[in-house]
Design a protein around this ligand. Structure first.
Ligand code: FAD
Length: 299
């Protein structure tokens, strides 16, 4: 009986959170730098469409090993001037010399970019054994950026534990170290089960993390590809999602409707768990992100 009451109270608290936010919170949109002129046209359409609902602006990724370094700087600058929205540039350190990382940061600062997502990054496959990081952990990068310019710095968080971490608690302690080094917030790896984000918020609160922890939302479309990404990141894949998408295999024209319904439901559950903002991984596509903004976003 007590358990039933407790379970009921938890749901009440979640619903109260959702009502308090009126189901609407600010959105930010992650894009990647285009490779060619076709990709550039696609990106332009995406940011033009999303700018009016991008209350928290855009972020621009950087390829593993810093491969897109100058394209990241150019794309971030271009989106900022094109949309008038704040832009956060991802900056990774693994695979780059200290000097290259810091001069890239200087270039961003000189071009008016004030927000950085400071990341260690991953080794490109070909270089697995040879690369020696000069900034061993993202916390080292945060500290170096702090001493360089007055950036607003964010870091990555991993609600289901970073694959290299031994325990979730140890990973949260490392997150805390990055925040203590000078980052003001953390953007989370995407989850496919919003309850994993809720549990992460609780675990972080228990270990003294006070900074905003912004969930990442990958629109639930193109399921086989999304599932592959999830498995690569150590993100758990609920079997019920697998089964739902399997039902569209014989009628693929239904897949976009299912994707939209599930994405909006997912966002509402993240809000109910206490998301202060949602960071949408757009993959440079605008339509589902825009549909999401109709229901959950505000300017
Ligand atoms: P870290 O914080 O350094 O953590 C890496 C591992 O080291 C973890 O297991 C951690 O527990 C451990 N660790 C951290 N500090 C210490 C310490 N002091 N002592 C011992 N162990 C420690 N990748 C890209 O290449 N480009 C991108 O644009 C990009 N964008 C991303 C955006 C978001 C929102 C997220 C969540 C991830 C992104 N990634 C990107 C992926 C990211 O680069 C990888 O997850 C990478 O493996 C870890 O980066 P990190 O900054 O979290 O590293």
């Amino acid at each position: 009986m007590i358990d039933t009451i407790r379970a009921g109270l938890a749901k009440e608290a979640l619903l109260k959170g959702l009502y308090e936010m009126q189901g609407r919170i600010p959105l930010s949109f992650e894009v990647f730098p285009p490779k060619d002129s076709d990709g550039r046209a696609v990106l332009h359409e995406t940011v033009d469409r999303l700018a009016p609902v991008a209350g928290k602006g855009f972020s621009v990724t950087m390829g593993a090993g810093g491969t897109t370094r100058s394209r990241t700087v150019d794309t971030a600058t271009e989106i900022a001037s094109r949309t008038g929205r704040p832009v956060m540039a991802h900056l990774i350190s693994l695979g780059l010399s200290r000097d290259t990382v810091l001069t890239t940061a200087d270039a961003l600062w000189d071009r008016g970019i004030r927000h950085i997502l400071a990341l260690r990054g991953d080794r490109p496959k070909a270089e697995q054994s040879t690369m020696q990081p000069e900034f061993e952990h993202a916390s080292d990068l945060v500290a170096a950026l702090r001493g360089r310019h007055d950036f607003e710095i964010a870091v990555a968080a991993h609600p289901e534990k970073h694959p290299e971490a031994q325990t979730p608690e140890q990973d949260i302690d490392h997150l805390k170290r990055k925040l203590d080094a000078g980052a003001g917030s953390a953007y989370c790896q995407f989850v496919l089960d919003p309850a994993a984000y809720g549990r992460f918020l609780e675990a972080c609160a228990r270990r003294g993390v006070e900074a905003p922890l912004i969930p990442g939302l990958m629109p639930l479309e193109r399921w086989p590809r999304l599932k592959r990404f999830a498995l690569m990141n150590g993100t758990s894949v609920p079997e019920w999602l697998n089964q739902l998408f399997a039902r569209t295999e014989t009628t693929p024209e239904l897949e976009p409707y299912l994707a939209a319904a599930l994405t909006i439901e997912h966002a509402r559950r993240l809000i109910a768990y206490g998301a202060p903002e949602i960071h949408v991984y757009t993959m440079n596509r605008w339509s589902l992100s825009m549909a999401l903004s109709l229901v959950t976003g505000h300017k």
